[in-house]
Design a protein around this ligand. Structure first.
Ligand SMILES: [Zn+2]
Length: 213
């Protein structure tokens, strides 16, 4: 149980950190982590990431069935779809973070890669970021659209909604989604300027050194 207890605490600590820094608001955003037995812990439906209770975190078995704690987020399928396509992933974080959502609303954005490689850390932690077409929250078509990309991409941006990022650990997923949010912010700050982005060779070199699960 100690691994599970530690993970419950880590989910709550991470949620509070993200919420307190304004990276998601109200009861938006959700976090999940893989359990050693094949199931998952997930933040509950309607919960604020700022006030999570370790004892009430939702627990799902390996088939995605709710087995303990409060009912899981209505967006649980975003997480289970990511894990289905990326079995090595240890955590998934989904936020409604302001600058990433802003980028997801830009008409005509490159749907194959929403943000250019402005910095080395963005290239390492996110790399390519495809846009998932808009579907209403909870629509199963959204899960299918995420599933069609998740095998090739550990990070996707839901149109008019926000990012979903998988990584080997919760801290790596959090670092990556924060890097995405800061890059979205830089991208918008630099709007109208001529950008000197990293070259394909520079990006490929970085990605060789850091491979997402
Ligand atoms: Zn959402």
């Amino acid at each position: 149980m100690s691994i599970e207890s530690d993970l419950r605490e880590a989910v709550c600590r991470t949620g509070a950190s993200l919420f307190n820094r304004g990276l998601t608001h109200g009861s938006t955003g959700n976090i999940s982590v893989s359990l050693p037995d094949g199931g998952w812990l997930m933040t509950p439906t309607g919960s604020s990431l700022g006030t999570l209770d370790p004892a009430r975190i939702s627990k799902l078995d390996g088939s995605g069935r709710h087995v303990d704690g409060d009912a899981p987020t209505k967006e649980s399928f975003l997480h289970t779809t990511m894990y289905a396509e990326r079995p090595a992933a240890g955590a998934v974080v989904h936020l409604h973070s302001t600058y990433s959502v802003a980028v997801s609303c830009i008409d005509g954005i490159d749907e194959h890669n929403c943000l250019p490689p402005i910095t080395a850390y963005y290239a390492m932690r996110i790399g390519q970021l495809p846009l998932v077409p808009y579907y209403p929250p909870g629509d199963k078509a959204l899960a299918e659209a995420v599933g069609s990309l998740a095998g090739r991409h550990h990070a996707v941006l839901l149109a008019n909604h926000g990012p979903v990022v998988a990584a080997s650990t919760l801290s790596a997923a959090t670092d990556a989604v924060e890097e995405l949010e800061e890059t979205a912010r830089l991208f918008l700050l630099l709007e109208g300027r001529s950008l000197r982005i990293l070259t394909d060779t520079q990006v490929a070199d970085l990605q060789k050194k850091f491979k997402a699960p």
